[in-house]
Design a protein around this ligand. Structure first.
Ligand SMILES: [Zn+2]
Length: 343
């Protein structure tokens, strides 16, 4: 038998294009900036139910990459609150703060392929560049990075690393999976190449021009910490996450994350963004606006309230029975596309 010819080194080391269809792996990925509140339990419960309804695995990942914002002990408290509600991960949780080597490897990979570049700009530099371009920032709007350092640092000192957001116009994107692929194949809305399109299981078709709306976003910050977007994408890829179920407040990160997945040769998971719980003032319940810590001394009451937000009206007298009933109801809702807010 002839020896197998040596194949060329693949351009994308982390490629998963030849991987068989992923088994269901879901995750809940809280930031330990405080204990769970009523809103974060909705996302945790939805991701757990979706994994159980699909016969999949459910993981918990502590997103403590932004260490200055983390509250000591909040991670343990969150895990205890989840356990109180019967939401136990199928594998030991991982902490992002212990995974910097993986993020650096991904950044090095992107930089080697010209998809990440160093940036010397301060916030003031960016504001001035936008002013100069006649694009002053709208009130409360995020600064759109104008790409100043794409052409090099011009002798300035590097502060951060940014992602080249328009790379997909030039490069072949790897195969997509699931809804992202279906959205493209449907051909109903052939998307211009600068738009990143995907379909949310609840919110329907979504699209964003990342370059115009966000610009080349940060992968590694000036303080040396890895940015949320990079850490999430690297971890979802490394953990084989097939389904992302999370709060709607994270929806506008999705296009950036899909671009990064493509650049790193990772498959795009299915996405489902869950409804937010609003506070008395009509604003999203969050740790930032002082949401009360979830009281899990009566987990059944906490689960019933979270389930109601998701349209579940399960009747049971124990946490175990409630979760079993809710999983059955979730299956029916998913199958009947009831999860979708609009068709
Ligand atoms: Zn710059």
């Amino acid at each position: 038998m002839l020896p197998q010819p040596q194949t060329a080194v693949p351009p994308i080391p982390a490629t998963q294009q030849t991987r068989p269809k992923l088994a269901y792996v879901g995750r809940f990925a809280p930031s330990p900036t405080g204990p769970l509140h009523a809103g974060s339990l909705v996302a945790a419960l939805a991701s757990w139910l979706d994994a159980r309804a699909h016969g999949g695995r459910w993981l918990v990942r502590i997103e403590d990459v932004d260490t200055p914002r983390c509250v000591p002990g909040a991670d343990r408290l969150i895990l205890q609150q989840l356990a109180d509600c019967g939401l136990l991960p199928d594998e030991p949780p991982v902490w992002q703060s212990q995974r910097s080597a993986l993020y650096q490897q991904a950044l090095d990979d992107l930089a080697a392929r010209g998809l990440a570049y160093p940036c010397a700009c301060t916030r003031k530099d960016i504001e001035e560049a936008l002013q100069h371009m006649g694009r002053p920032r709208e009130r409360n709007a995020e600064l759109v990075y104008p790409g100043t350092c794409r052409k090099g640092l011009q002798g300035r000192e590097a502060r951060a690393w940014r992602f080249l957001s328009h790379f997909q116009e030039k490069k072949q994107a790897p195969a997509l999976t699931g809804y992202a692929q279906a959205a493209i194949e449907s051909g109903a809305n052939p998307a211009p190449p600068h738009l990143t399109c995907w379909t949310d299981r609840r919110l329907g078709p979504q699209r964003q021009d990342v370059e115009a709306d966000v610009g080349d976003f940060v992968l590694k910050r000036a303080d040396g910490l890895f940015a949320y977007q990079l850490a999430v994408v690297v971890d979802d890829g490394a953990q084989g996450i097939s389904h992302i179920v999370r709060g709607e407040d994270l929806c506008d990160n999705t296009a950036r994350q899909i671009l990064l997945q493509r650049a790193l040769g990772l498959p795009t998971p299915h996405y489902l963004h869950t409804p937010l719980v609003l506070g008395a003032n009509g604003e999203k319940l969050s740790k930032q606006n002082g949401a009360q810590a979830l009281d899990t001394s009566d987990p059944l009451t906490a689960l019933r309230a979270a389930g109601k937000v998701l349209g579940l009206h399960t009747k049971a007298d124990s946490v175990g029975d409630w979760l079993t009933g809710a999983t059955a109801q979730w299956k029916l809702m998913d199958a009947s596309h009831f999860l979708r807010q609009r068709e």
